[in-house]
Each structure stands twice: as C-alpha cells, then as structure tokens.
Design a protein around this ligand. Structure first.
Ligand code: ATP
Length: 364
C-alpha cells in the first residue's frame, strides 16, 4: 500500500544544451499527493502530459526536476522494479503461449514463490477478476477485455505491489465490453484498496472510476477534487466545459449597474453577486450547466427567448441547442415538454447555478 507524492516535478524531453528556462517542458511544477489506498484519475486532453507523469511515477522516466516519494521515501533515483509500482497499458500484455493460470502465476514464480502459495494467490486474484472459471483457458481465444483483466491480475497478484498505474486501459476494448471492464476496475480497487491512478482523456471513465480526479492541461495541474467538486465548482472555464455532458455553457458578459449584459440579451442580478463582481472588474466569463437552465415552452417572467436549432435525443434526456442571434446555449430536458426544432423556448437562469470567471479563474 502506498501514498504517492510528486514534489516540484518538471520534465523536458529537450536534451539540447539550451538553458533550462528556454526549453520546452512536457510537465512543469507539479505538486500532487495521492493518499494510500485511494482511487484516482489523472484527466486531461491529448498531449497534456499524462503519460509523462505516469512514467515518472513508475520510474521509466527520470524527471528534469523534482522528487517522487512513496510513503515518504524518495524513490526518484530507483529503477522501476525497485519501486513496486505496477503498470497496466492500453494494449493488454499477456503471454499467448500460456494459459490464464500461468499468466497470473508468472510474477509470483519469478519471485520463486512456493507453488502452494502461487495456487492460492492465483485463485484469489482470478476470483476478484471474475476469471475463476477460465484459469485453464489459453489466452489466444479470449477477448481484449479478458486479456486486460489478466494484465491487471498480473499487476495485483503480488502482495508487495504498492500501487497500480492504469494508462488508458479501455482504449482498445470493444465498446460492448468497455462498461463491464470499467466497473470491474472500480470493483477491484474497492476490494483490494490498493492505490490506483487511472490515466485517461475521457471524463466519463475518470469520474466513474475515481474518488479524486486531478486535471492537467499543458503540463500543469489545474484542479484536483472529487467528481462532485469538479462538476459544481470548476476552477476554470476549461474545466467547466471539459466536465459534463454536454459541457458548461460559457458566454462573455459585462457587469452594468444591476445586470449582466451579453451580446444579445441581459440578466438582472442580486446585490450580493453585483458586489462580488464589482470588486474584480467589468468583463467576465459566464457559465451555466445545461441541466440547470429552466426551460419553458411559453413566455415566462425573467426568462430569455431562444429558438431551438437542434434536438439530440439520448433516450434518457434530450439536448436542445438553442440560438438567439449570435448566442448559442445548450440545455438538457428530461420531462416530456413538447418541443420541436424551430420552436421558441424561454430559458431561465437560476442565480444560484451561475458560475462567473474572471481572468480564467472562478470567482462565483
Ligand atoms: P496522449 O493522451 O496523447 O497520450 P499525454 O497527455 O499522455 O498524451 P504525453 O504523451 O505525456 O501526453 O506528452 C506530453 C508532451 O510531451 C507532448 O507535447 C508530447 O508531444 C511530448 N512528448 C511526449 N513524449 C515525448 C518524447 N519521447 N520526446 C519528445 N517529446 C515527447
């Protein structure tokens, strides 16, 4: 079991003799701590530095600056095998010449574990993974999801595995097995309580697996929190948009007297909000989640008229894309209001659901 900490981690792939401040950095100034036994996700768009961070934790990459600690011990100079941190990659790693049992037994036999203990440990691991009835199967006939379970099994079968890093583990899995494998990963983490860090660019995978999500953009940490915190209090407009289905609506607005002025409409605001905003300035980014807008099919006091451009029906809810001159807003409706494309709708903006960002930082 392990607490993992990054302290002032920066990494540049540029090995030229340029001065440090002129190099390009893949990640910079990272201070992150993952508690012992926790389910974590590292989430960010492609190229933001996720794999670089994982490789620094596992020891495959030596950082340009900073320290990696496991349970308080500095492991920055240690080779990967000395860190006891296992890694599961996008592509399942299995030995096709062996059956499932022997694949799972491999790390234990490598350690010269007595065969009796190997049998007990492999059977326990197979039970956790739901592979107990396939131990005698050759791996060639298994689907990628089962092969990925074996990769995970090999990373957890040894008791001394301190933590498991999962690098986009669902990428090559057939869509019809993705959900089951995603739930299995969560279930295994819950049962074994091993520290796990799940890397992905997919918010749904991150939020459903993890209790703590770290968001990285352009090599920097921009927010760390529970899925609820990231959804309710995104630190920046980028996170507001990145988290949520669909993401947060973001519009430019200006504070004037007791109202917010947008390109094509205005909204009255209360004294508390006005006072807080006035202490910053005039120009803000306004955010509201699609599911928090009040949608009415008829005219309504303090609501703004829009025209429905597109309706996307997901089965569980409908997403309406609504236009008003140059402004576009998305909203989600679950109740059976009779709305068609081309209809007018009136959108209400509940004040307690409004997010405001100044200079890219959340202030409300
Ligand atoms: P993806 O989701 O696409 O795998 P990522 O978030 O894992 O991306 P990294 O692979 O860590 O991001 O890459 C971070 C930055 O470092 C990118 O700009 C990438 O081009 C650069 N980079 C990664 N590996 C190398 C390398 N071996 N040599 C040079 N630059 C690299």
């Amino acid at each position: 079991m392990a607490r993992i900490e990054l302290e002032g981690i920066s990494h540049s792939y540029d090995s030229s003799s340029k001065p440090e401040d002129q190099r390009e950095y893949a990640v910079s100034g990272l201070d992150i701590s993952w508690p012992d036994g926790s389910a974590n996700a590292l989430l960010g768009p492609s190229g933001c530095g996720k794999t670089t961070i994982l490789n620094i934790i596992s020891g495959l990459l030596y950082p340009t600056a900073g320290r990696v600690r496991v349970n308080g011990k500095d492991v920055t100079g240690l080779a990967p095998r000395e860190r006891k941190i296992a890694q599961v990659f996008q592509f399942p790693v299995v030995y096709d010449s062996m059956n499932v049992f022997d694949n799972l037994a491999f790390p234990l036999r490598n350690q010269k574990t007595p065969e009796k203990t190997v049998k007990t440990k492999v059977e326990e691991t197979a039970e956790v993974l739901g592979l107990a009835d396939r131990l005698k199967f050759r791996t060639t006939g298994l689907n990628a999801a089962d092969k990925q379970k074996i990769s995970l099994g090999r990373s957890i079968v040894r008791e001394d595995t301190a933590a498991v890093l999962l690098d986009e583990p669902l990428t090559v899995i057939d869509p019809k097995f993705k959900g089951e494998l995603r739930r299995k990963l969560r279930e295994v983490q819950n049962r074994l309580k091993k520290t796990m860090i799940y890397v992905t660019h997919d918010q749904h995978e991150a939020l459903t697996f993890a209790d703590n999500v770290t968001i990285v953009k352009d090599g920097r940490l921009i927010q760390k929190g529970s899925p609820e915190e990231l959804h309710a209090q995104p630190a920046t407009p980028f996170i507001g948009y990145f988290i949520g289905s669909p993401g947060m609506n973001l519009l430019d607005c200006r504070l004037e007297e007791d109202r917010l002025e947008f390109a094509d409409f205005e909204l009255p605001i209360g004294q508390g909000m006005k006072k807080k905003m006035a202490s910053y300035g005039k120009d803000f980014k306004f955010g509201i989640r699609p599911e928090f807008l009040d949608v009415a099919a008829g005219e309504k006091n303090r609501a703004v008229a829009f025209t429905v451009a597109v309706i996307e029906d997901t089965g569980a809810y409908r997403v309406l894309t609504c236009d008003r001159e140059s402004s576009r807003i998305k909203t989600r409706v679950t109740e059976s209001i009779n709305i068609r494309e081309g209809d007018r709708v009136w959108l209400g903006f509940p004040e307690d659901k409004i997010n405001l960002f100044y200079n890219e930082q959340r202030i409300i």
